[in-house]
Design a binder for this molecule. Structure first.
Ligand code: PLP
Length: 457
């Protein structure tokens, strides 16, 4: 008999069931089963509680997504209300409905420039697949079917579908499902602290951006469809580019008529103190992908916003665009996303990230752990930050072993959910976090760093 009970089950029973039946994403399932999964039972504000009632500060907002914080009744009501009226209808074949239409308009209202038309999907990965299909189709419609190549970056993350993983620059993902999608080229990442070799931030930003020009010339400008990048690389460890980087990337894309795609799956919806990361880094994409913070993770939904140039071509010259998902623009997810945008706007959440909690987090991190012997460098803006863990601060020597995971586990033991990305610890808490909660988060990180230091030094 399937277990359909809804009464709370003790953590151990859940762990046993989980070990027997659940294959986890991005996990070593054998190691996980030996240790037992952490069972998260409930959440409120910036806190989650495990099944043993331990309280943790969620320094990652789930997976960089619960921007509005947990437990918002308004979002629950939006989902319930929509499910009562119209729980599902599709947007294929000449149909639409009110929530998806209102959401498309709301997105057009907050995205910069002319990104006024919106295609919906369910995950960031599907949004990225959509981008690839759109840009290739666009160039075919423009009479340039040879413009098929995509340029992305080392250590980028663009999702886990075959197309998303192919576009991303994560070798460990490529190795597991070789061969990847053809037609993708890569340039270096703008990781100043780890790779600049003596250049100033400004010089290095320009140098890395100009690798794009070199790559375009190498593969032939007429063959390149688009360049895609995250304004800040998130899963790569929160790599914040030098200020010179994105304007130069934009200049090069315009020069060679290469479409510029901003993957805002993490940066979107206030993370950097503006609605979108491209606004913080001062560039205007032709296409913008979003997910996560769009619904604050309450229901799965993603979107791709496109400018007039592409939208007009797809609209006027395309006929059917043979692409879409059963749940593209799902009414309940759209209603939740719409309410989430309203809350972010009406409660001034993003302004406070820009002017209050964001600067406060960045200065607390530097004040409390900036001189810690394990802390090589802190980078971040708004409510996203990455910390490079080093063996030797002077020479910028990194550890050989997996010190990030050790520190991540010490964070959990200290009551903080952080994430390890190689030798980096990253934070991306709910955007509604208060100054007091930031203090508690940074204090717990300090404890974890001390304990890590005691273990690895
Ligand atoms: N793009 C970026 C920049 C991401 O960070 C992610 C996920 O973390 C994705 C795409 C994929 O999103 P999803 O996991 O919803 O498929």
């Amino acid at each position: 008999m399937p277990d359909t009970t809804t009464t709370p089950t003790p953590g151990n029973a859940i762990r046993d069931m989980d070990a027997r039946h659940h294959l986890h994403p991005f996990s070593d399932t054998r190691a996980l089963n030996q240790r037992g999964a952490r069972v998260i039972a409930r959440a409120e504000g910036v806190y989650v509680w495990d099944a043993d009632d331990n309280q943790l500060i969620d320094g990652m907002a789930g997976l960089w997504c619960v921007n509005i914080g947990y437990g918002r009744q308004e979002l629950i009501d939006a989902a319930v209300g929509q499910m009562q009226t119209l729980p599902y209808y599709n947007t294929f074949f000449q149909s639409t409905h009110a929530p998806v239409t209102r959401l498309a308009k709301a997105i057009a209202g907050i995205t910069p420039g002319d990104l006024d038309r919106v295609f919906f999907a369910n995950s960031g990965s599907e949004a990225i697949d959509t981008v690839i299909r759109m840009v290739r189709h666009y160039w075919t419609l423009k009479g340039k079917p040879y413009r098929k190549l995509l340029i992305a970056r080392e250590n980028a993350y663009h999702g886990s579908t075959l197309a998303g993983a192919s576009l991303g620059g994560m070798g460990h993902m490529h190795r597991q499902c070789d061969p990847m999608l053809p037609g993708i080229h890569r340039i270096g990442q703008p990781y100043w602290y780890g790779e600049a070799d003596g250049l100033s931030e400004e010089e290095f930003g320009l140098q890395r951006a100009r690798e794009l020009e070199e790559k375009i010339l190498e593969v032939g400008p007429d063959n390149v469809a688009a360049f895609i990048g995250e304004p800040i690389q998130g899963a790569g460890g929160v790599i914040v580019p030098p200020r010179t980087y994105w304007p130069e990337i934009q200049r090069i894309c315009r020069k060679y008529d290469v479409l510029l795609v901003a993957d805002e799956v993490i940066c979107g919806f206030g993370r950097t103190g503006q609605w979108f990361g491209c606004q913080t880094f001062d560039f205007q994409p032709d296409i913008l992908s979003m997910a996560k913070g769009l619904s604050s993770g309450y229901l799965p939904i993603s979107a791709v916003a496109v400018g007039d140039r592409i939208a007009d071509t797809l609209t006027e010259h395309c006929g059917d665009f043979n692409h879409g998902f059963t749940y593209s623009g799902h009414p309940a997810a759209a209603a939740v996303a719409l309410e989430n945008i309203r809350l972010l706007r009406d409660e001034g959440v993003i302004e406070s990230v820009a002017t209050d909690t964001g600067p406060y987090l960045q200065s607390r991190l530097r004040g409390v752990i900036g001189e810690h012997p394990l802390c090589g460098h802190i980078e971040g803006i708004g409510l996203i930050a990455g910390l490079a863990l080093v063996k030797d601060r002077q020479s910028r020597t990194f550890f050989d072993g997996d010190v990030g995971t050790v520190c991540r586990d010490e964070c959990t033991a200290a009551g903080l959910i952080a994430r390890a990305c190689g030798n980096r610890i990253v934070l991306s808490p709910p955007l509604v976090i208060s100054r007091e909660e930031i203090d508690a988060m940074v204090d717990r990180l300090r404890i974890a760093l001390d304990r890590t230091y005691a273990r690895v030094s």
